[in-house]
Ligand binder design. Structure first.
Ligand code: HAM
Length: 424
């Protein structure tokens, strides 16, 4: 829509943040960056490199890959028309985009296996609450080309190592297998499940009555107490797998046991996106309240083929960064730098510049408040050193170097002060 076609909005409205969106700043951004940095560090150890895909994709990409009947595509996508009337979507998740990236850039021709991670905002028109936003951030990982359960195992090992690195406690893995498209596997299970659910159709919630015809597996993870009770005796997908999927799942569990990865088998875990096959998993934390999933993923062996590309097996996951940040301990304050204290503006800014040039974090009080206030600010800033330029120091060309940790102070030349700062 052209700007001049929009009715003028009152200023108060223009300045209101869009519902479900938030500004990130201060400590929260520091935590986000820290979590991303650590992910980069750990995921690189497993041979993953970064991919950055656009925020906008053609709507059909998600409709086809994630599935038209899913909540994400059916109810939650932010859609817009470009100036040529093409329907575009703000990406609600990263997997479909990464797969498109592989196809667009012909990457699978270049390598037998590919490993990518990504960070960034995703958009879903959900009902906002703590830990659930309409613009939220994910850290995601996708591994292409490896069919065996070793690749699934790597996801768990990598997550375990990452959680240890960020000192995240109280997270637990739940796993399941939803089989493959072979007639004897998921389709046969689906028929059994539908037969079971049909018998209790009247008692299912309205959503599940609809799901019964277009996405019956999703009835299994309905959160309504009535549906939970009704599906307690429902057939379980992991007990209706074809031979290959059964072997895959059994081997994965053996490998997880061998590597000491703790997990719980949750037969009702089916995930909310249609592209999954075989292994599915989620990462839960009891400390997240209602939004207890900190992450989720699984295999999506059929997705490339669905897009008309040569088939390639794949497995991946995404973590909700907003939720990880909620679970993280506060970071230690930034420390180790210097704070220049003084009243003579030229001398202060010149010394500050020198310290920064030497690669040391340095702050000062641009309002040149009282000495007492400047010392207080220095303490609060977490600086290790105060460099004091009082009247006497200006006259003698010295600087008083105060170690804020030890409380000791010496008078030295600015050069020696810099050397001392660099030593520590
Ligand atoms: P997902 O389960 O839809 O999977 O999302 C992964 C994680 O993103 C969730 O577990 C949650 O922590 C976070 N998340 C989802 N929606 C919101 C929201 N509205 N607000 C805050 N956090 C949210 C996927 O997106 C798949 N692409 C994962 C995957 C990658 N599967 C294979 N590869």
């Amino acid at each position: 829509m052209l700007l001049n076609a929009i009715n003028p909005t009152p200023l108060a409205m223009q300045l209101k943040i869009v519902k479900g969106m938030r500004d990130l700043y201060g400590e929260e951004v520091r935590v986000f960056s820290y979590l991303e940095e650590k992910a980069r560090e750990i995921f690189s150890l497993y041979g993953f490199s970064e991919i950055r895909t656009p925020l906008l994709e053609h709507t059909e990409l998600f409709a086809k890959g994630v599935g038209e009947e899913t909540d994400i595509v059916g109810k939650e996508m932010y859609l817009l028309e470009d100036r040529n009337g093409k329907s575009l979507a703000l990406r609600p998740e990263g997997t479909a985009s990464v797969v498109r990236g592989l196809v667009t850039n012909n990457l699978l021709k270049q390598s037998r296996q590919l490993r990518f991670f990504y960070f960034g905002p995703m958009f879903r028109y959900e009902r906002p609450q703590k830990g659930r936003y309409r613009q939220f951030y994910q850290i995601g990982v996708e591994c292409f080309g490896v069919e065996g359960p070793e690749a699934d195992l790597e996801m768990f090992l990598m997550l375990r190592q990452y959680f240890a690195a960020i000192q995240l406690q109280g997270v637990a893995f739940q796993i399941n297998s939803i089989g493959c498209q072979e007639a004897a596997c998921r389709p046969a299970f689906k028929t059994k499940l539908i037969h079971f659910l049909e018998q209790q159709k009247e008692e299912l919630c309205a959503d599940c009555q609809r799901r019964l015809s277009n996405n019956p597996l999703r009835v299994l993870d309905c959160k309504q107490p009535g549906c939970i009770a009704l599906t307690a005796q429902a057939p379980q997908s992991h007990q209706h797998l074809c031979g290959r999927c059964k072997d895959h799942f059994a081997t994965l569990q053996n490998l997880l046991d061998q590597e000491g990865v703790q997990y719980e088998l949750n037969p009702k875990l089916v995930r909310g996106l249609d592209y999954y096959s075989k292994t599915v998993f989620e990462v839960y934390s009891a400390n997240l309240g209602a939004q207890s999933a900190a992450g989720g993923g699984g295999r999506f062996d059929g997705l490339l083929e669905l897009y008309g590309s040569a088939a390639a097996p794949a497995v991946g996951f995404a973590l909700g960064l907003d939720r990880l940040a909620l679970l993280s301990e506060p970071l230690a304050p930034v420390n180790g730098g210097a704070f220049v204290i003084g009243f003579e503006s030229q001398a202060v800014v010149s010394l500050v510049a020198k310290v920064r040039q030497a690669g040391i974090l340095c702050e000062y009080d641009p309002f040149f408040s009282s000495m007492k206030s400047q010392f207080k600010q220095a303490g609060k800033s977490g600086a290790r050193w105060a460099l004091v330029l009082g009247e006497e120091e200006i006259q003698t060309g010295q600087v008083a170097l105060k170690d804020l940790d030890q409380g000791t102070q010496t008078s030295v030349t600015p050069e020696i002060a810099l050397e001392k700062l660099q030593e520590n």
